[in-house]
Design a protein around this ligand. Structure first.
Ligand SMILES: *Cc1c(COP(=O)(O)O)cnc(C)c1O
Length: 369
């Protein structure tokens, strides 16, 4: 028998989360962001759930080619654009929309001879200071692009630095001031702006993390009550039980000391599976559907849980590390990271299953905030 850990992907959750985005940004089209292999879920596994999206956004040319080969005919956006001349040929062959964020990328397009003009998203650096033309250089870049035979439609886009904790009006103001005279579709909103900043919705929204049921802030309480369904469940089983006397300790570093007699479950899941090593005692874990907590240090292949709230649990009991009973953010936040990272970092050694088409999992499961 293989080790009892596995991940399960729920395409139907993604389909419902896209519907929720549509109900939230009613007049916007939706780029479904599936970079990093669909935030670790696997592009091929979740592909059928994307049908309601208007476009797919990602970074890797390989991934873009994969979605075309899966049969996607609607737009595909390369969020970082092209890196060398050869990429223009691929963008041309596969009809990719490319982000253009610097003059060097305009140079590549200018010297290219695509069979048909390539649609671009011209990126403004409105304050994030990662990629993009500064507002004062933007309309010049737009004029240059619009004069190129190799460039088709020009969309206007920007990205927010802190849509998750409030202040984005200054970036929207920068964007609006610098684009006032320019035609073209607008696209600004990531997941956080979809949820909390209707002013940013515009023509196209670009949600990523909420499609997978994770919180854009990294904090589960910020999405409590929203119908965002987890698209990944990481489960395992209890493979050992220890009964501790008061004063005894658990695991490496003797990091946890029992203050009373305790039953401890040993779970087949460790940091080599993608569970964060820095998860502190108290991080929630569900055993047979009952929420309890991590105790002791996470080791490479195992971790330990307090079985006090689930006295009937024993060897073989089912364990949910994250999913519909424990949001991935509830594991990430106390570990000093965000759900995005945990989903992307699921280890290769974890076997992954996919729900059969049409199978239903609970819509808004009772997750504590
Ligand atoms: C990753 C990314 C998104 C999606 O961000 P989320 O916070 O996951 O919604 C949107 N736009 C750009 C340019 C991105 O790189």
């Amino acid at each position: 028998m293989p080790r009892p850990i596995s991940a399960r992907i729920h395409p139907d959750s993604i389909r419902r989360n896209i519907e929720f985005v549509r109900r939230t940004a009613t007049s916007s089209r939706v780029w479904a962001v599936i970079k990093a292999n669909a935030y670790g879920h696997g592009i091929e596994r979740i592909y059928p759930a994307l049908a309601q999206a208007d476009g797919i956004a990602l970074l890797d040319l390989d991934e873009a080619v994969r979605v075309r080969e899966l049969g996607w005919t609607k737009p595909v956006l390369l969020l970082e654009g092209i890196f060398e001349a050869r990429d223009v040929e691929i963008a041309d062959r596969y009809r990719l929309t490319v982000t253009v964020h610097c003059d060097e990328q305009l140079d590549l397009l200018d010297t290219a001879k695509p069979r048909q003009p390539i649609d671009i998203q011209l990126k403004m650096n409105s304050g994030m200071n990662r990629l993009g033309f500064r507002p004062d250089a933007y309309s010049r870049a737009w004029r240059r692009a619009s004069g190129m035979a190799s460039v088709g439609a020009i969309g206007l886009m920007s990205h927010f630095a802190n849509a998750d904790d409030g202040g984005i009006d200054w970036q929207i103001d920068e964007f609006d001031a610098a684009t006032r005279e320019l035609p073209g579709t607008r696209s600004l909103a990531n997941s956080a702006a979809v949820l909390w900043h209707p002013r940013a919705h515009r023509d196209w929204v670009r949600p990523g993390t909420i499609l997978y049921g994770a919180s854009p802030t990294g904090s589960a309480r910020h999405i409590a009550g929203l119908p965002l369904a987890a698209a990944m469940t990481l489960s395992s089983r209890i493979i050992g039980v220890q009964t501790l006397a008061p004063g005894e300790t658990i695991g490496y570093g003797r990091a946890f000391t029992a203050d009373r007699a305790m039953r401890i479950g040993v779970v087949a899941c460790g940091y080599a599976d993608g569970y964060p090593r820095h998860a502190p005692a108290g991080t929630p874990i569900a055993i047979d559907g009952v929420r309890t907590q991590l105790v002791g240090r996470v080791s490479m292949d195992m971790l330990t849980v307090d079985l006090t709230p689930c006295p009937a649990a024993g060897i073989g009991s089912s364990v949910q590390l994250w999913g519909d009973q424990v949001r991935v953010d509830e594991v990430a936040e106390p570990s000093g990271t965000i759900g995005y990272e945990l989903m992307c970092a699921l280890a290769r050694r974890v076997p992954v299953e996919v729900d059969a088409a049409g199978s239903i999992d609970p819509v808004d499961s009772p997750v504590a905030a």
